[in-house]
Design a protein around this ligand. Structure first.
Ligand SMILES: [Mn+2]
Length: 354
């Protein structure tokens, strides 16, 4: 209900009679309905959820603040009928969650209604997580820590990248996760220079740096962590790059606090990497928020001017990538607190040679 009221305040600000929600995570966030099909119509004193036969009893159980509206012949005609009954004239819809084809069906024959595209309305509400959400993310992060503990000690030369991914995903499932948060990244040796190198056929060899980036979904919430392992032997360059990335990551964690912008947060790590001459090799943002989705706003990035606030949950993941050599990335999940940030990820991140 708090979430609905927060949305309603935004509707008043924008002069809208009602709002159509078609984004799946936004639908879940506002209604509690965890199923995969449905739309919300939210006005000042009414909140409807439209779904079909498959989800009727689930909606009754989960979306208790919403009035269930069973879909008729199709979703769009049911939305039309409902909006006419509600008597709305100014109707907002989610610009980022309605494709052109559906927009034309939605507005067809409804020319008397003023359709207002609205961007990032619900995602802005989702930026600050409530305590129940933080607890769910904490549990998802704990699960990845557990999985890493189980699997990292078994990785050895002769494993393929896919073997590593398979073991991670199997342990996730065994520990109760719904599944991986994204396609598991295992990038070994020179492939580590690909920041998003999916686990492939390559067989791990002695002397490889291995970037392992994975996460799980637990009760709808995501986790995300990266560790970089060294197999067997370390040379001085590997050690230098590793220690630099770790230093940048720790500096960012020490410096992140509410009131700074996403770009200021990013620079905490970026300046350290730049000063050593590797600025060009750190070609992505320092981190991203996560929650019901793996990538949410705000971001820790040179282009994000969002002001960080307590309750935001972000990754801190600097990396350095050198073509034909490999890469190092270290990633934890943190929560912004009143005074700084709390690190949720517990896995060791000192240089580990296995
Ligand atoms: Mn990440």
């Amino acid at each position: 209900m708090d979430r609905l009221n927060a949305l309603r305040e935004k509707l008043v600000e924008k002069g809208l009679d009602g709002f159509l929600v078609t984004g799946s995570e936004n639908r879940r966030y506002l209604s509690g309905f965890t199923g995969s099909y449905g739309a919300l119509l939210i006005g000042m004193d009414r909140a409807l959820i439209i779904t079909d036969f498959r989800y009727l009893s689930q909606v009754m159980d989960e979306a208790t603040d919403f009035q269930l509206c069973r879909q008729g012949t199709d979703m769009w005609s049911t939305i039309h009928k409902s909006i006419l009954e509600l008597g709305w004239n100014q109707v907002g819809f989610e610009a980022e969650h309605l494709v052109v084809r559906d927009y034309s069906v939605l507005t067809d024959g409804m020319e008397n209604i003023s359709w207002e595209p609205v961007s990032d309305l619900v995602s802005s509400l989702r930026q600050i997580k409530d305590p129940a959400e933080i607890e769910k993310i904490r549990q998802a992060v704990d699960l990845t820590d557990h999985v890493w503990q189980m699997v990292s000690t078994q990785i050895k030369p002769g494993f393929s990248e896919r073997d590593v991914a398979f073991h991670l995903e199997m342990e996730m499932r065994r520990a109760g996760a719904q599944g991986p948060a994204f396609a598991t990244i295992v990038a070994s040796g020179p492939r580590g220079a690909l920041p998003h190198g999916l686990a492939g056929e390559r067989v791990l060899a002695l002397g490889d740096l291995v970037v392992v980036d994975f996460g799980c979904v637990l009760d709808g919430y995501h986790s995300d962590m990266t560790r970089t392992l060294l197999l067997g032997i370390v040379d001085s360059k590997q050690r230098e790059i590793y220690e630099l990335v770790l230093k940048a990551q720790l500096a960012a964690i020490a410096g992140l606090k509410p009131g700074m912008t996403g770009s200021e947060g990013d620079s905490l790590a970026r300046n350290i990497i730049k000063d050593e001459g590797y600025g060009e090799q750190f070609g992505h943002g320092l981190g991203h928020s996560l929650g019901l989705e793996i990538h949410e706003s705000p971001r820790l990035s040179p282009s994000d001017e969002t002001i960080l606030a307590p309750g935001m949950v972000l990754t801190v993941e600097p990396g350095i990538y050198l073509p034909d050599w490999g890469g190092v990335r270290i990633e934890d999940v943190v929560v912004i607190t009143e005074t700084g940030c709390e690190v949720l990820t517990a896995s060791d991140k000192q240089l580990t040679v296995i």
